[in-house]
Design a protein around this ligand. Structure first.
Ligand SMILES: NC(=O)c1ccc[n+]([C@@H]2O[C@H](COP(=O)([O-])OP(=O)(O)OC[C@H]3O[C@@H](n4cnc5c(N)ncnc54)[C@H](O)[C@@H]3O)[C@@H](O)[C@H]2O)c1
Length: 345
């Protein structure tokens, strides 16, 4: 097990990478802890939670709502939970986001921790203190910045993940390496077969390195006024593609990473050979690098992105693999690279 500490304004997080679920009681008091999980994860791992009170929520993005949070509040009320209790989100990013929000607001704030069970949640969603729910089709519109007390990453839990969910996680891993760590990027190129086979040692290194990048960035800018925006690399175009074409998050982010990489090259920042390496690594992880995009609707969706400020979009570009910068761009300047996603190179 390797630990990382994140010092946030609200609290500090202990992140235990390569820890075992069986040691959860070292992180929270069994008598004063309530687990929140979703239907799918409870079916798979419910037996391992015997002895812990469990609140079950629905699975999937449609459960990431204020109604679900209200249901959790009512269960906590029924269980007589007071401020000395801890809530533990045991599941993917949705369970973590919903649990973190419910805990941050119930009784004006309970302590909480996470046991992320998807690769995406282990490398990204469980760490950084953003939590929240969707409203009227807008993702993560309601939420807080509150750090979990602990994040326990048990990689054995990933063995039951469907392939598409693994790809969602690997897209975020490639993003993190591309923006901040060229050596980690090379490691992914060298170890992609082991990574895809979920070799324990390789996965543990991947989760650790990805989290080390996220923790460094969040520590510098917890509330996303500058440095943290770099974590949105590939996401401006990716989210719009996800919305318009209904692709999985990982596939859409992969295309967003390609668009942002090609724009970096077009603006004279990154060399073509680095763009090729990024496309090759995404392909090696089974992620798409071209797609029959409908440019107009995708541009419209970018225009409606709630992260926009005025006419300009804070767009993340690369100087090279391992070094990112945020550049204000207009929506129109993205048209060419989005069109290009239709073309083979
Ligand atoms: N807070 C943040 O900083 C942050 C960052 C990135 C993403 N997110 C959020 O995370 C969410 C996506 O998270 P996700 O990709 O983990 O999706 P998810 O939570 O929906 O999990 C994906 C599916 O896998 C199932 N599952 C979970 N663990 C499993 C396991 N071990 N074996 C088999 N099935 C399992 C779930 O029940 C679900 O059906 C989005 O809502 C996104 O907004 C938040």
């Amino acid at each position: 097990m390797r630990g990382i500490r994140l010092e946030g304004a609200s609290a500090s997080s202990v992140i235990a990478v390569g820890e075992s679920l069986s040691r959860l009681n070292r992180y929270c008091d069994e008598a004063r802890t309530i687990i929140v999980t979703d239907r799918v994860v409870k079916t798979l791992y419910g037996e391992r939670l015997s002895g812990w009170p469990v609140i079950e929520i629905g699975a999937g993005e449609t459960s990431k709502t204020l109604e679900t949070v209200e249901g959790i509040y009512r269960s906590l009320l029924g269980l007589g939970v007071d401020r000395s209790f801890c809530l533990v989100g045991f599941g993917g990013g949705i369970v973590c986001d919903v649990t973190g929000f419910a805990a941050s607001t119930y009784l004006r704030g309970l302590q909480f921790g996470f046991v992320p069970t998807t690769l995406l949640a282990q490398v990204d969603a469980a760490v950084g203190g953003k939590n929240g729910v969707n409203l009227d089709g807008y993702k993560n519109l309601i939420g807080t910045f509150t750090q979990p007390a602990f994040v326990l990453c048990d990689h054995d839990l990933l063995a039951t993940l469907p392939e598409e969910e693994l790809k969602n996680g690997f897209a975020e891993v490639i993003k993190e390496a591309a923006i901040a760590d060229g050596r980690f990027f090379t490691f992914l190129e060298e170890k992609r077969q082991d990574a895809l086979r979920l070799n324990r040692r390789v996965i543990s290194r991947i989760v650790y390195d990805a989290l080390a990048i996220k923790v460094a960035i969040v520590s510098a800018d917890e509330r996303e006024s500058g440095e943290r925006r770099k974590l949105n690399f590939g996401h401006t175009v990716g989210h719009a593609i996800e919305k318009v074409h209904g692709l999985s998050h990982g596939r859409a982010i992969s295309l967003g990473i390609v668009a942002a990489s090609r724009l970096s090259e077009a603006m004279g920042l990154m060399e073509e050979k680095d763009v090729r390496r990024i496309e090759e690594l995404l392909s090696a992880f089974g992620l798409p690098v071209r797609y029959g995009i409908e440019t107009g609707p995708v541009l419209d969706a970018i225009g409606k992105d709630k992260k926009r400020e005025g006419e300009k979009i804070h767009f993340v570009l690369l100087d090279r693999i391992g070094k990112a910068r945020t550049v204000p761009v207009t929506q129109d300047s993205l048209k060419g690279v989005i069109d290009d996603l239709r073309q083979p190179r």
